[in-house]
Ligand binder design. Structure first.
Ligand SMILES: *Cc1c(COP(=O)(O)O)cnc(C)c1O
Length: 418
């Protein structure tokens, strides 16, 4: 493996950790070339919803591959994209009328920010300040990093990042968050972008739906555009189709990606409300929304998304999500009294806790040690520092889920005896 030319993401090759080679996947499991069966406890970085190689999604891709592989999407269209857009319109709130395609969560966020700034520019109003929440993560491109938390992940690139307003994470008392947001909006903020209910990469930090609803109301009162980054929280992760649904919140702009194709193939959408569209709609070509990437609305990806939407329409996905959420809560409860476990918390299918030393940071030694331990136990679990979280595909079997939690419990036990 040391001779591989591959440079992996978020991987410090200098530490010499092995990079296992995976040859196939099915359901909630990955299989390596040396015959190990790895339980995918984090849905391959939060993307796989119904399970790996889902037959309906694989068949849709294979079928589409016989007919149309890729085509330009500027001024041309194809049926799978039309179908995805119509289905999204029917499954999401009525006010989200327009569907803009791209190919990753980061790009969906860049598009949302450009739409928001374009909205104000084309209306002739000088509003350009973007407000974000402390500890947020919105992706790794320059704009997405700019609206995310600053830290070890992006310190080297700080000179490239633009300035934003920041409101505190609503930990125990949401009032400071609401007050800070009120002040930013009153001062004319263009947009507020937020991860609804769960801040994923920031450490699976959770806040209640009522706070989300209050933040949206503050934005609405001042005309500040409310952008919901549902890239991680969408597609059932938090117990409902979107996290906004639990708060009765309809954003002005919504970003969706990870589970949009069931996690099979890259695709993203930025959903916009009619006023955003109207600000760009004109016979004046300078108001065109100038954003594209070569593979915008790739037909194979759209076919996978159509299959995912059919699964949501025709199968009891919500019931599966509810059952998994219940089991996750049971496992969390069983560990929550452990001396080495803190802040055991759940939201839908997501369960998280902190292990060990309260002073631990992302770069603390515990994280890599846990990563190694879980890998050696044939589990795909990737702690964020000392935050361990479990976010499996909805099809995971009880025994596999129990094995994940048993290993987390054993890690906690070992910490207690050190
Ligand atoms: C993963 C993630 C992104 C970035 O998505 P990519 O497809 O990895 O570019 C953006 N926002 C949130 C909330 C995410 O969890």
């Amino acid at each position: 493996m040391t001779h591989s030319p591959v440079w992996h993401p978020f991987t410090q090759h200098g530490l010499g950790d092995p990079v296992p080679l995976v040859t196939r996947a099915e359901g909630a499991a990955l299989y390596t070339e040396d015959g190990r069966r790895i339980v995918d406890a984090i849905s391959s970085w939060w993307v796989t919803t119904h399970g790996h190689c889902h037959p309906r999604i694989m068949a849709a891709i294979a079928d589409q591959a016989q007919r149309l592989d890729q085509m330009i999407f500027a001024g041309w269209t194809h049926q799978p994209a039309e179908d995805v857009a119509h289905e999204l319109r029917s499954i999401l709130p009525d006010a989200l009328t327009r569907v803009f395609f791209s190919d990753s969560g980061s790009t969906a966020v860049e598009v949302a920010l450009k739409m928001a700034l374009g909205y104000w520019a084309h209306r002739g109003e000088a509003r350009s300040r973007v407000v974000v929440m402390e500890h947020s993560y919105h992706g790794d491109t320059i704009g997405a990093m700019s609206v995310g938390a600053r830290g070890v992940f992006n310190a080297a690139y700080a000179p490239m990042l633009f300035d934003v307003g920041r409101v505190p994470f609503p930990a125990n008392d949401p009032q400071p968050t609401l007050d800070a947001l009120e002040a930013e909006c009153a001062a004319g903020a263009a947009a507020f972008i937020v991860e609804p209910l769960v801040l994923g990469a920031g450490g699976m930090l959770m806040y209640p739906p009522a706070v989300l609803a209050k933040m949206q109301a503050i934005c609405a009162a001042h005309g500040t555009l409310f952008i919901a980054d549902e890239v991680m929280t969408g597609w059932g992760r938090t117990g409902t189709l979107t996290a906004c649904e639990q708060a009765g919140v309809v954003p002005d702009i919504m970003c969706l990606s990870k589970g949009l194709t069931g996690g099979a193939i890259p695709l993203a959408v930025t959903m916009a409300s009619e006023p955003i569209w109207d600000a760009h709609y004109s016979t004046d070509r300078t108001r065109t929304f100038y954003h594209s990437s070569s593979y915008t609305a790739n037909p194979l990806a759209c076919a996978a998304a159509v299959a995912n939407l059919a699964i949501w329409r025709e199968e009891p996905v919500r019931e599966r999500v509810a059952k998994l959420a219940e089991k996750q809560q049971t496992h969390l409860d069983a560990l929550s009294g452990h001396a080495m476990v803190r802040n055991a918390r759940g939201c839908g299918t997501i369960a998280a806790l902190e292990l060990g030393d309260p002073a631990g940071s992302y770069l603390s030694e515990l994280g890599p040690r846990l990563l190694r331990r879980f890998r050696e136990a044939d589990l795909l679990l990737r702690p964020l520092g000392n935050t361990v979280y479990v976010m499996p595909p909805y099809c995971i079997e009880d025994e596999d889920l129990a094995r994940i939690w048993a290993e987390i419990g054993a890690a906690a036990d070992d910490l207690a005896t050190q």
